[in-house]
Design a protein around this ligand. Sequence first.
Ligand code: SAH
Length: 396
Amino acid sequence: MTARIILAKGREKSLLRKHPWIFSGAIAKMEGKASSGDTVDVCDSTGRWLAKAAFSPSSQIRARVWSFDPNESIDIDFFVRKLSQALKLRTWLAEKDNLDSYRLIAGESDGLPGITIDRFGQFLVLQLLSAGAEYQRPALTTALQQVFPDCHLYERSDVAVRKKEGLEPVQGVIAGDTPPALLPITEHGMKLLVDIQHGHKTGYYLDQRDSRFGLRRYSADAEVLNCFSYTGGFAVSALLGGCKSVTSVDTSQEALDIARQNITLNQLDLSKAEFLRDDVFKLLRRYRDEGKRFDVIVMDPPKFVENKNQLMGACRGYKDINMLAMQLLRPGGFLLTFSCSGLMTTDLFQKIIADAAVDAGRTAQFIEQFRQAADHPVSSAYPEGLYLKGFVCQVD
Ligand code: SAH
């Protein structure tokens, strides 16, 4: 018999809103035995059936919902349905925006908790982040092969969060060919090289696509500073927008080497591009002391906040780099600034930028807003899915 999770009284509220997580503290008792990743039934305190969920014995998120339909089996057909549904949005987007790469499955936001799948051309790159996702690996991969018979499957589950689920890191070919060392992809007409095997995350930050495109409109004749550049997507965009020069800064030499190749691949003028392997925090201070100035600065740091305890420190970090960036801008210059920390709300981030302007002794006007691209949708049941936000400020 299927094991049952019985929730404590009143703890069914989030599930009735179709939020997919069941925290350990919401559980009154467990009936029957379940192993890691097994599908269990979830019931309210009176025994009323609510959902089918994957059991995660090691995680604080003790179960993640697969389905709110009692008649739905979690099998190959279930994954085929979910993948096909997700593909509809991405197919529309790919045609509209001239893309061959996108996030196909954004976990909870696409009704598949713990599963991330990025498509780069004919390569599908999987991250299985929860016990349930790991348990369903055979059904999921079979479903992927049915829906995408011409694609190769590669896994990049080499991430720390798997530890919380009691899982080891995994990386390698699941089916088909090994990805090439650098795979060219297309984004809004730009060509970009992606290192699926060794790059960050699944190889590339697809979520910043719209912001990268947005930068073009601010770049004409500008001297651009591209902080936290990774493989130079913003730099290519700035050059396409007609910038005078673009300086890309990152601590990763591998990323900067690819950035340089990306400029050449798009037949852009490499003499306008500079690449610095440096710590952005230190470099901004040095530039300030040297009196260096720019017309446009992109500030796209990695995630500063993993949990609530780190939020205060992260606020200081964001304020610090944005203050320094504003000090480096010529009057009338543009700051494109981002936060990919889910715990940092859009409102709080805007306040931090406002504080940074005060500390910099400058005034900033918020003139445009960005968020993660549409292939990273936010489900009405899972508002936490909104994590990336950005502002364009004109700084006087
Ligand atoms: N803007 C990029 C994505 C940035 S991801 C894009 O559009 O693709 C964050 C990047 O910050 C990573 O490449 C990482 O190597 C780099 N990084 C992290 N800490 C850094 C630091 N202190 N100084 C410079 N780069 C850093």
